[in-house]
Design a protein around this ligand. Structure first.
Ligand code: NI
Length: 178
């Protein structure tokens, strides 16, 4: 398995609309494994293909504490939504920022699984929010699109500054944190 590089806001590639997957094959399953590897390494609970610069409609989630509820959604579609509520969201592509977002807290989703077979499932709470957040990525949307322009601009400027500092820093091996 390979850890993939995660694009960070405001990288314009995060605005790409992902294309539907025509065939769920071994190559796609290998990519799904890489998505899980990348998501777990980054301590995320969801990751969309868009975030690793692959513009196919694939996302993975695992909202469990023990990494034992991995879910794969290929060509996901929300077919019902209910109970709008507010939850604080973060994003591996917007590292370090958390903001309240309103979304349906109950959804029904239809997708293809890892085996290419169609399935439908009901999700609520954190999982429902996570699936909607990841589908947004596939449509080129980010959670910061839901907050005020003032806050979004502030986040963008801070991240751009960090990205510039990182690009300017001389390459050196990362020290283990104590
Ligand atoms: Ni995200």
């Amino acid at each position: 398995m390979t850890r993939l590089a995660i694009l960070e806001y405001p990288d314009p590639r995060l605005r790409t609309r992902a294309q539907p997957v025509a065939h769920v094959d071994d190559e796609l399953r290998k990519f799904v494994d890489d998505l899980f590897e990348t998501m777990y390494a980054a301590k995320g609970i969801g990751l969309a293909a868009t975030q690793v610069n692959v513009h196919k409609r694939v996302l993975v989630t695992d909202v469990s504490e023990n990494h034992d509820q991995p879910l794969v959604f290929v060509n996901p579609e929300i077919i019902a939504k209910d109970c709008v509520g507010t939850m604080q969201e973060g994003c591996l592509s917007v590292p370090g920022y958390y903001e309240d977002v309103n979304r349906a807290q109950k959804i029904r989703v239809r997708a293809l699984g890892r085996d290419g077979q169609p399935f439908e499932m009901d999700a609520e709470g954190l999982l429902a929010v996570c699936i909607q957040h990841e589908i947004d990525h596939l449509d080129g949307k980010l959670f910061v699109d839901y907050i005020s322009e003032l806050k979004r601009t502030r986040i963008r400027r801070k991240l751009e500054k960090e990205q510039r500092a990182r690009a300017d820093a001389p390459a050196r091996p990362r020290q283990p944190a104590l």
